[in-house]
Design a protein. Structure first.
Lengths: 388, 337
């Protein structure tokens, strides 16, 4: 090694470094897949135990599920013989041809076949409305809400029930069924329950005794009665008092029952949010001269609803699954059409019921999970201001 | 004043409701559709098919009533009812006729304000066992464990039967028929019991239907038939005779295929039936060709039976008691004259 002039000085103060060292990559164990594993799954003994437990659970469930739903499944066939072990001489999983054949029944119920395009149009219009309303970058969202809350309900009503004057033959709601009914009942419940619930929640906190009393009585009465009872009363007891010509349609009765029911629950959810807003917000709003409705609309509700998003979505998901209760009054919702289909002797086989229920589970899970994910994204967006 | 008005309105409503229930036939004609309370989840009796069209033996009786009134078997609105709310629905006027595999019993005929018009299917409780068990009679089931749906008359009949024959009973009960069948198939019990018609339907669902037999004993009487409200004799008679017409048609060998030739028949029985002689249909409040409409649009009793539950259906239920009286069964209808 050769030495230059500065070497001596440097050796004397060698603990001083003239330049920063280039940053070294983090330890291999802290990055990439391994790091993620350590941080998220194996961060403490308790988490390690949990991870092992869940891994075992998945290892136990997933292969069985895949085997039943895909590997052993039957994909084509004309009747029950395709899905029976004694005929096929092999292990049989899900019986999909049964679902293919019954799928249109699952979607439309007994809706007359030549008229089913009307249901398709309704689904398409609803999908457009939902995307327009929920996708934040969508153009002209103001028009979107007019479309969703005014145009869509009226046109769907005409489209689905029919109007002879414009050449749509009337279709009795007794013929509606399947996913159509589930979607109609759930959307009416979801769309009606939030505004009515907000009004009831405000009413319950109102200083006007009559309004408060009405809200309290309504909420406590509706919450105190099982939904099944409300539906049953509406469908069976009403005709005793009202002559047949004047009694409302069965589906309408169920829709009103479910909407009121969901509203009562929603009212309490919203009230929790209102309760959480500090008094200073109300006083501040009044001090700058806002009237009651301006204060509620501009200051209180935006904050209150933000806090209650998880609970609102919770209620919505509960409501979506509660729609299955309409079968009590003889309306064939999606789950009921699955029940009916699995009884059909044409497809009677040991796996038929399981396949039907698997389809129902997947259907409800997709919708509930979608709601949950959208709400999570919304929460994350609204929480930006709090995080900083 | 307001209170008075609302009381008056309520009073009028009650009066209207009562007068409507007293003239069901007229109400049905004015409405243009028959409201029929049906099961909706019983294979062979009331079940929508893949196109959403209602099918079944019970359903056919309703279609026959509609055919007789409107000459259109599709002018029926089927209202699916559960076992619990079926009588309430009929009492309240929500349906005009209840056609939901309902067993005719004395208490139902007397205390509910309802009345049975006839029997469209003679059912009874039976047993299914594995062939490997080598049991040929229900009397050999002592000490056997029996799968049964809980809270049904089925469970009570089972206990009565075992008690009456001094046999020891081990029941395994389940909330739903589906679970009970699954358990029986998995070998948790030696026998499964329910109404015989149900046994045939459930047997199809087993892993290997051929390994199981249905024992010959029927341990209860379950005559199933149409039900209407008491106090409307015209409607009661009309519904009663629709079923009689289907049975009579089979007895006279009138089918949906030969009905057109039969209208030209010279046989006096057939002439009265098809309405070329006498005015028996009008006497019932229906049309002259009421029976022709029923047979043409729905079929005779035997056709409906075979199509829905018999040899032309997957259920393949033996006609047994439901054969005509002159063929060894007990289905019998008074003559049209």
């Amino acid at each position: 090694m050769t030495m230059s002039e500065g070497d001596l000085a440097v050796t004397e103060i060698k603990f001083v470094r003239g330049a920063t060292i280039a940053a070294r990559p983090p330890p291999a164990a802290m990055t990439g897949a391994l790091g993620w594993l350590r941080a998220n799954l194996l961060s403490s003994p308790f988490n390690i135990a949990l991870t092992i437990l869940i891994a075992l659970l998945l290892a136990w469930l997933i292969p069985e599920l895949v085997k039943f739903l895909l590997i052993d499944a039957v994909w084509t066939g004309a009747d029950r013989d395709a899905c029976r072990e004694v005929v096929q001489h092999r292990e049989i999983g899900a019986c999909w041809p049964f679902v293919w054949e019954r799928w249109s029944y699952f979607v439309y119920g007994s809706y007359p076949i030549p008229q089913r395009w009307r249901v398709d149009v309704f689904f398409a219009m609803l999908a457009i409305g939902v995307v327009w309303l929920l996708w934040l970058e969508a153009p002209r969202r103001d028009l979107g809400s007019v479309y969703f809350f005014i145009v869509l309900p009226i046109t769907s009503f005409i489209l689905l029930t029919g109007w002879s004057a414009i050449g749509l033959p009337p279709v009795d709601t007794a013929l509606w069924g399947g996913i159509l009914v589930t979607i109609v009942v759930a959307s009416v419940g979801i769309v009606c329950s939030l505004p009515i619930g907000i009004l009831l929640a405000l009413g319950r906190r109102s200083r006007m005794p009559a309004v408060r009393l009405f809200s309290v009585v309504f909420i406590e009465f509706v919450r105190g009665v099982p939904l099944v009872t409300v539906l049953f009363m509406a469908s069976v007891m009403l005709p005793l008092f009202v002559p047949e010509e004047y009694s409302p349609d069965k589906l309408v009765r169920a829709l009103v029952g479910i909407a009121l029911f969901a509203s009562a629950y929603m009212a309490e959810v919203v009230r929790a949010g209102l309760q959480a807003i500090p008094k200073g917000q109300f006083e501040g709003a009044m001090a700058v001269g806002l009237g009651y409705w301006q204060m509620i609309r501009l200051i209180i509700l935006p904050q209150a609803l933000k806090i209650t998003i998880p609970n609102i979505v919770n209620t919505y998901i509960g409501l979506f699954k509660d729609t299955t209760l309409v079968f009590i009054v003889g309306i064939f919702d999606f789950l009921r059409t699955v029940e009916v289909a699995r009884i059909d002797p044409k497809w009677a086989a040991p796996v038929t019921s399981t396949t039907g229920y698997a389809v129902a589970a997947i259907f409800y899970w997709i919708f509930c999970y979608a709601m949950s994910r959208y709400a999570r994204a919304m929460e994350a967006r609204l929480a930006q201001g709090d995080k900083r | 004043m307001k209170r008075f008005a609302s009381m008056l309105a309520l009073g009028l409503i009650v009066v209207f409701a009562q007068s409507a229930s007293a003239q069901t036939l007229k109400a049905v004609k004015d409405r243009g559709t028959l409201n029929c309370g049906a099961n909706g989840t019983l294979a062979g009796f009331g079940l929508p098919d893949a196109q959403g069209k209602w099918t079944g033996l019970d359903v056919d009786i309703c279609r026959a009533v509609a055919a007789a009134i409107f000459n259109d078997a599709n002018k029926v609105k089927f209202v699916p009812l559960s076992a619990k709310d079926r009588f309430t629905a009929l009492q309240s006027g929500e349906v005009d006729v209840l056609m939901r595999n309902t067993t005719w019993t004395s208490s139902r005929d007397s205390s509910l304000g309802l009345t049975f018009t006839g029997v469209d299917y003679y059912d009874g409780q039976g047993f299914m066992v594995r062939k490997a068990l080598k049991v040929n009679s229900a009397l050999e089931l002592g000490d056997a464990s029996v799968c049964v749906q809980q809270g049904t008359t089925t469970e009570l009949n089972l206990a009565d039967f075992f008690h009456a024959h001094n046999m020891k009973l081990k029941t395994v009960t389940f909330a739903t028929a589906n679970e009970a069948v699954k358990a029986y198939d998995a070998g948790r019990c030696d026998a499964y019991t329910t109404d015989a018609s149900g046994l045939y339907a459930e047997r199809l669902r087993l892993a290997n239907a051929n390994d199981h037999i249905i024992l010959p004993e029927i341990i209860s009487k379950e005559p199933l038939g149409p039900v209407v409200r008491q106090g409307d004799d015209q409607w009661f008679t009309a519904v009663k005779w629709v079923l009689f017409a289907m049975i009579n048609a089979e007895e006279l060998n009138i089918t949906s295929k030969n009905i057109d030739e039969m209208t030209k028949s010279t046989n006096p029985d057939v002439k009265r039936f098809v309405g070329t002689e006498g005015n028996y249909g009008e006497q019932l409040g229906l049309s002259k060709d009421w029976a022709v409409r029923i047979v043409k649009l729905v079929g005779n009793y035997g056709e409906s039976f075979e199509r829905n539950v018999g040899q032309d259906s997957p259920l393949k239920i033996d006609r047994g008691l439901n054969k005509l009286w002159n063929k060894g069964g007990i289905q019998y209808a008074p003559p049209v004259r």
